[in-house]
Design a protein around this ligand. Structure first.
Ligand SMILES: NC(=O)c1ccc[n+]([C@@H]2O[C@H](COP(=O)([O-])OP(=O)(O)OC[C@H]3O[C@@H](n4cnc5c(N)ncnc54)[C@H](O)[C@@H]3O)[C@@H](O)[C@H]2O)c1
Length: 426
């Protein structure tokens, strides 16, 4: 169990990678350089913390494979962010774009690959633009904040398949050696049939930036996107998604329904809950308890744990299984840093002409989190079909506001501060 409650988010991310390295007994580089090195032109949309790190991960991945990545064009909502990236990578001003429609200018550049790392609300529109423009894409998780957006990512992913484009998602556990080994073992019966489990992301609060004098709603919401549900999907979507993704992956299916509760105890800003507790019904009498909390000073834990008819296991930790030794689980020689490994997978697939496509799985994990959030906000039982097939469901067409189009059209009105959904009334 990782106690992250007092750890800043960036350090936590770095430490997870280091912990992964310790577990996996270095060195693990799976050098797959083949033939002459290629030079990839890369674009970045969203030059914040993760976007900047993802670009470095991408450059490292290219080197591992014997290729080169040139950061060709960048876009950000804010000029200072875009300009900082441009300075770092020596990008001429004509390929640096600013504002809510800047992503379109990046897509118009002669780039091979685009990395999308804005707040989640924008991902469906940016992903669609990327695939329509014929770019391979790295899409940070989550890939939407509402059912309409997440379904559109599935549809865009299908277009990517038709076009032979690769799509890799920022669900790095799927590229981490210990998770790959455990998932393979579980899928091959190491713990028998999964009968239940618990997953959690409990930690401290994230950042908040006070409104500057005269700052408009759009700028304020972009600065504080982790405080607004319409931007982040709430933290059950934005952060806990990683654990939900592991649950779907290990169980090999999505949940049938969700019921839960949550609330707000410490925030005065934005409109998110502080905590969620959700019973995910995966059918076949299997339930997974999902919990997440963002309250500093509380006990922290980020993990997944599954019990089976013949053992139990953490997603990325110890497995109790009497069968494991006989299963011939492959070593899964990954890079020590799963954040680099996901870009190795992306580049490797492009070079080999064997496209990979994670759009559907990450969109389904996003939908799983959205289902949990709606269940907690409303106090109702929410079914998978409410978000995916039942077009007359009250939640099927849910699209949060302000929308990405509102940002592009300059029509952003921030939701009232400190007003949250009331279960039973929402
Ligand atoms: N895989 C992981 O472990 C991991 C870790 C951290 C963050 N993330 C994800 O990465 C994404 C970004 O998170 P972050 O921590 O970097 O946030 P951030 O606020 O540091 O960066 C986001 C950047 O996007 C820019 N932006 C916002 N709207 C934009 C738009 N419409 N067009 C262009 N640029 C826009 C912002 O100005 C900012 O520079 C989120 O989806 C988050 O969930 C993933």
């Amino acid at each position: 169990m990782t106690n992250s409650s007092l750890m800043p988010r960036r350090n936590f991310i770095r430490n997870v990678a280091v912990a992964g390295a310790a577990i996996s007994a270095l060195p693990l580089f799976n050098v797959r350089a083949e033939g002459a090195g290629r030079k990839f032109k890369v674009g970045l949309v969203g030059c914040g913390g993760r976007g900047s790190a993802a670009m470095e991960n991408h450059i490292d991945a290219a080197k591992v494979l014997g290729h080169e990545a040139e950061v060709f064009s960048v876009a950000d909502f804010f000029a200072d962010r875009a300009n900082a990236a441009a300075k770092k990578y020596n990008i001429p001003a004509e390929r640096v774009f600013v504002g809510p429609t800047a992503y379109r200018d990046v897509m118009a550049q002669p780039i091979d690959i685009v990395l999308l790392a804005t707040p989640p609300a924008f991902r469906p529109a940016h992903f669609e633009a990327a695939i329509k423009a014929g770019k391979h894409a790295f899409i940070e998780k989550p890939v939407g904040v509402d059912p309409v957006g997440a379904r559109s990512v599935i549809a865009t992913g299908e277009i990517a398949k038709q076009k032979g484009l690769s799509v890799v998602a920022g669900t790095q556990r799927r590229h981490q050696q210990i998770y790959l080994r455990n998932q393979f073992a579980v899928a091959n019966g190491a713990i028998g049939k999964i009968t239940g489990g618990t997953i959690s992301w409990c930690g401290g609060k994230l950042w908040f930036k006070n409104r500057e004098p005269g700052e408009g709603d759009a700028s304020y919401m972009v600065h504080n996107w982790t405080s607004f549900s319409a931007m982040s999907g709430d933290h059950i979507v934005e952060q806990h998604l990683h654990n939900l993704d592991v649950a779907n992956w290990f169980l090999g299916r999505t949940p049938v329904s969700a019921m839960g509760f949550g609330g707000r105890a410490r925030r005065q800003t934005g409109d998110q809950f502080d905590f969620f507790s959700v019973d995910l019904n995966y059918g076949e009498d299997v339930h997974i308890h999902s919990m997440c909390r963002q309250i500093s000073g509380t006990y922290g834990g980020v993990n997944e744990f599954f019990t089976g008819t013949e053992g139990n296991t953490f997603g990325g930790g110890k497995m109790n299984s009497t069968k494991l030794a006989s299963l011939n689980v492959p070593e899964f020689k990954t890079h020590e840093n799963p954040y680099v490994e996901e870009h190795i997978a992306l580049l490797d697939s492009i070079v080999k002409g064997q496209p990979i496509n994670a759009a559907k799985t990450v969109a389904e994990s996003t939908l799983t989190a959205i289902m949990g959030r709606i269940a907690c906000y409303t106090g109702q039982l929410v079914r998978w079909s409410d978000l995916t097939t039942k077009t007359d469901s009250p939640w099927y067409n849910l699209a949060l506001s302000p929308s990405p189009a509102d940002f592009e059209n300059g029509k952003v009105v921030a939701p009232p501060e400190n007003v949250v959904p009331i279960p039973g009334e929402a």
